[in-house]
Ligand binder design. Structure first.
Ligand code: UN1
Length: 497
């Protein structure tokens, strides 16, 4: 076991403890007895210090030319690249995902940095003719101010980067509140951001709970924008608080993503996709496949093969290179997944494989759950409607493409979706008719790239998209500018008529 790290808050360019002097521990989910880090348990006084610093720094940061701001973002990318292995290993120890996926998570942050570094030299607005002579019209992207970034534990580097890097390029100053389970990863990320040359107060880190730190950021009158990724339930509360004080709020919430496999699909490809989509990251992605909608003609064959592949998945610590599926992130998640297995039994579904906490050598001290396949699931059942966030996938049988589309849309969520078919007409109908922010044709529900918009419809989002140029619309505000060089009063809609 390595010696636990000591984490600090990062406020106004200083690494400091919580004002309360209290701390909590971040534990290894593969071995709950290993403490990864001790972390400041912050409260509203720490939030206040961070907001004051961010508010003050905003006055100069907003005036730094965007191409200069983006050079710092480029250096953040270089820092992430140089420390990719170190970050990935720490992530694997701290939240359990397997090493290759942890490296992918860091890579997503690197991609994001290099993408938004370029954006600093674009940040395009529009120029457009005025309806009046000798008058010029254009739009400019303006920063919003102080932004709070509240992020989850499942993508400890990628998701904070999706938020922080476009926000910095746009000229905002930030307060980062990571999930408690990934405090050490957040600290290392902050170290890299600080070393890249972000001026004091521009990027602040406050560790602690959602109830304390999250709540106090969301309700703080000097915070102008909240960008939140987490559950739909918490997102609704965040939005309600922000709504009352006219804060901009961007929400990325739950999913109940499905993969359709039609009778004409390339079955081997669909199988690989299902396995990766359902059990990659132990099912703990917002984009994870939690429903498999299978055409009845291929269902038996597909299910038998899926079962065979699922049973071969090796559980273990994410840091072990032989592991396919790591632990759940903490005890609460383990309880949640166990609870849904009770629900499944009450609903009368068949557990084809898995269904319980995993036992065995190397597994007893961790939060391991067996990869689970539920059969005989009907669309209205709770296991087909509610987000489980674990290695559990439900099989739903359909008799036609139309029925498959109806079932995929029978959800309060709408993040990711996938359709496996060789029929081009069906593929295009699916692109048009599926109610989701993301649709994959012949690919799994996971695997979004940083230069395209990411987000969902219905209870998944509130109309915003992260990543790509879409993120700039979260972190900047349009200013419309008219320049009249006629030297006289010109009245729009009235003169020249
Ligand atoms: C998430 O689970 O919140 O598309 C993010 C994917 C990843 C990002 C997932 N690139 O699965």
């Amino acid at each position: 076991m390595n010696k636990p790290l000591t984490c600090h808050n990062y406020i106004n360019g200083q690494w400091i403890s919580a004002k309360s002097g209290k701390s909590f521990e971040s534990l290894n989910p593969a071995n709950g007895r290993e403490c990864i880090a001790t972390v400041p348990l912050s409260g509203s006084a720490d939030v206040q210090a961070a907001v004051t610093a961010a508010r003050q720094a905003y006055q100069s940061w907003r005036l730094v030319p965007a191409p200069v701001r983006s050079e710092i973002v480029h250096r953040i990318g270089e820092g992430l690249l140089a420390r990719k292995k170190e970050l990935a290993t720490l992530m694997s120890r701290e939240m359990g995902k397997i090493l290759t996926e942890a490296q992918g998570d860091v890579q997503e942050g690197i991609d994001c940095a290099f993408y938004y570094a370029g954006e600093g030299r674009r940040l395009f607005g529009q120029t457009t003719p005025s309806e009046l002579g000798n008058k010029f019209a254009m739009t400019l992207r303006m920063p919003i101010g102080v932004a709070a970034l509240i992020t989850p534990w499942n993508f400890p580097i990628a998701i904070p980067c999706w938020k922080a890097l476009p926000a910095l390029v746009c000229g905002n100053t930030l307060i980062f509140k990571p999930a408690k389970d990934v405090s050490a990863c957040a600290t290392l990320l902050t170290e890299i951001i600080a070393e890249a040359g972000v001026p004091p107060g521009v990027f602040n880190l406050v560790h602690g709970s959602g109830e304390e730190v999250g709540q106090s950021l969301t309700s703080h009158p000097e915070v102008d924008l909240v960008s939140f990724t987490g559950s739909s339930q918490t997102g609704a509360e965040v939005a309600a608080i922000c709504g009352r004080s006219h804060k901009r709020v961007s929400l990325e919430m739950g999913g109940k993503n499905a993969q359709i496999v039609m009778e004409d699909a390339d079955l081997e490809l669909a199988l690989e996709g299902a396995l990766w989509g359902a059990f990659g990251t132990t099912g703990q992605r917002c984009t994870a496949t939690s429903r498999l909608i299978l055409h009845r003609d291929i269902k038996a064959d597909f299910t038998a093969k899926l079962l065979d592949k699922t049973r071969k998945l090796r559980l273990g610590a994410g840091t072990d290179p032989h592991t396919d599926v790591g632990p759940l992130v903490n005890e609460a998640q383990l309880k949640r997944v166990k609870y849904y297995l009770e629900v499944a039994q009450d609903e009368g579904v068949t557990i084809l494989t898995g269904g319980k906490q995993a036992q065995g050598e190397g597994l007893d001290q961790g939060y391991f759950f067996e990869p689970t396949i539920l059969d005989g699931v009907e669309s209205q059942m709770r296991v087909a409607q509610e987000e489980i966030f674990g290695p559990v996938v439900s099989l739903i049988e359909v008799g036609s493409f139309e029925e498959a589309i109806a079932i995929i849309n029978d959800s309060r969520y709408g993040l990711s979706s996938a359709v496996y078919t060789q029929n081009v007409n069906r593929a295009f109908q699916a692109m048009r008719d599926i109610e989701a922010g993301i649709t994959y044709i012949n690919g799994p529900t996971i695997g979004a790239e940083v230069h395209l918009p990411f987000g969902g419809v219905k209870a998944t989002g509130n109309g915003h998209r992260e990543a790509g140029t879409a993120a700039l619309d979260i972190f900047s505000e349009w200013k419309t500018v008219y320049v009249d060089f006629s030297g006289q009063l010109q009245r729009a809609q009235i003169d020249n008529r």
